[in-house]
Design a protein around this ligand. Structure first.
Ligand code: TRP
Length: 462
């Protein structure tokens, strides 16, 4: 049997895991939900959730993957028996669901980039008000764009862990951080800066809709790529001598940093442009794909330079996330069905593309795909249904089982040894005890609250 591939360097895991975490969730979803939950207090609750729920679950996933050196299904099988492996299968299913709509939205970054590049060279022409709707309703274009994205993802996965994922994220992630910091520095010169900081960082709990608390928890899963086994898979390629707690903490920190930077960039621009605050497009796609390009060209000094760069950033961030989604699927096909990496990549990508076709056609191209309501809340269509399904159900349920398994069922000694937070006296340190407490109690209770809120009140956290 071949020995399992490992990350080629210490930073391999961090870059790939950060690449998975940082994505449309940070640049598209977070600024949008923070805006609708009125800023400050929501941000604070989100930060707390990320520390007391996100960090321990990320550690739990990594340790399960590293201990078993397996992808989610065989990892659960090895560690907990056949019954638990259902959690692994659920994760793979979730991978198809997320990839099947994420790749469509990711495709929009390509057209946004092209439009911006055109505007930067030959002058900005404001698009007609229904232009984005027409674009979404163009079925063949939507299919083509998602195909491009899935194909790019597959090419990288095809090449394997060291040669594919690690090499690409090693290039993409530093570029992404440089562009991001550059953009933050640029907007700091704009007058809207103070209002943006006040909005983000002065909590006023009276303004936080109480469901916002639960929304923050749900988003923590999505943005950190937790609940479907990405971190189990990436952890399975991690060397024994690396610190799980430290790596997980760094990934959580970097992901949060990007999300906050994205808010600073967008809100500063929004608060700088007169009148825009009131008219920020209400739709989920609005802020990133409709409002922002317009503002960049009309309100921001050097906007012509910033705009195309910004959409490259978003595209890169999305790509390093789709890589992780496909890798979960591919590693299962390899480990469980004995396929070669190439066959697994081809089949996994083709199957995801089929799901993506349905999402792509549900944005206006085929009315029967856009006019049905699965969750009983008006018209939704395939794309939003998949998003709801993943964010409201699959990720929290997957995450709950992962926490319960590692916290309550898995061998405590193995946990201790994997995490290896021992003090000089040989006893586990406070950090380990905190991790244990969050994992056993705080995280499952918070997730249960989210699931119950979804069931009882029909709340929508996507
Ligand atoms: N975390 C990514 C984002 O914020 C999306 C993502 C990638 C994801 N892999 C995942 C979400 C696995 C949930 C589970 O855009």
């Amino acid at each position: 049997m071949l020995t399992r591939e490992n990350w080629g360097s210490k930073i391999g895991f961090i870059l790939a895991a950060t690449g998975s975490a940082v994505g449309l969730g940070n640049l598209w979803k977070f600024p949008y939900i923070t805006w609708h939950n009125n800023g400050g207090a929501f941000v604070l609750i989100y930060l707390v959730s990320v520390v007391i729920i996100g960090w321990p679950i990320m550690m739990a996933e990594i340790l399960l993957g590293r201990h078993t050196s397996e992808s989610p299904v065989p990892a659960f099988e090895k560690a907990g028996g056949k019954g638990w492996s259902i959690v692994g299968w659920l994760g793979v299913f979730t991978g198809f669901v997320i990839l099947g709509y994420y790749s469509v939205i990711a495709g929009w970054t390509i057209t946004s980039f092209i439009s911006c590049a055109k505007w930067s060279f030959s002058g900005y022409v404001a698009p007609a008000s229904g232009a984005f709707g027409d674009f979404m309703a163009d079925g063949s274009l939507q299919i083509f764009l998602s195909f491009l994205f899935i194909a790019a993802t597959a090419i990288i996965i095809w090449r394997g862990i060291k040669e594919g994922i690690e090499k690409v994220t090693k290039i993409l992630m530093p570029i992404l951080f440089v562009i991001l910091v550059y953009l933050v520095m640029m907007v700091l010169f704009l007058p809207g800066r103070n209002a943006a900081f006040a909005f983000l960082f002065s909590p006023n709990f009276g303004e936080l809709p109480w469901e916002g608390v639960l929304e923050a928890v749900g988003h923590a899963f999505f943005t950190l790529s937790l609940g479907m086994g990405v971190m189990i898979t990436y952890g399975s390629y991690m060397r024994k001598e690396e610190s799980i707690a430290g790596n997980a903490a760094l990934v959580v920190f970097l992901d949060t940093f990007v999300a906050i930077c994205a808010c600073i960039i967008m809100y500063t621009i929004i608060f700088t442009a007169p009148g825009v605050k009131e008219s920020v497009s209400g739709s989920t796609v609005g802020m990133l794909f409709i409002t922002l390009p317009n503002l960049l060209y009309t309100e921001v000094p050097f906007g012509t330079i910033i705009a195309p760069i910004f959409y490259i950033l978003v595209a890169f961030a999305a790509l390093s996330s789709t890589i992780s989604l496909l890798e979960v699927i591919v590693s299962l096909f390899i480990d469980k069905l004995g396929m070669t990496r190439h066959a697994a990549t081809f089949i996994g990508a083709a199957a995801s593309f089929i799901v993506a076709i349905f999402s792509a056609l549900s944005l206006g191209a085929l009315s029967f795909l856009s006019n049905f309501s699965f969750f009983g809340k008006g018209k939704e269509g395939v794309l939003s249904t998949l998003d709801h399904l993943a964010a409201n159900w699959l990720l929290p349920v997957g995450g709950l089982f992962i926490t319960l398994f590692v916290g309550w069922r898995f061998d405590k000694k193995i946990c201790e040894n994997e995490i290896a937070l021992f003090g000089p006296d040989g006893n586990t340190t406070l950090t380990y005890k905190l991790f244990r407490f969050f994992l056993k109690f705080t995280a499952p209770i918070a997730i249960l609250a989210v699931i119950l809120a979804v069931i009882i009140m029909g709340k929508d956290f996507s």
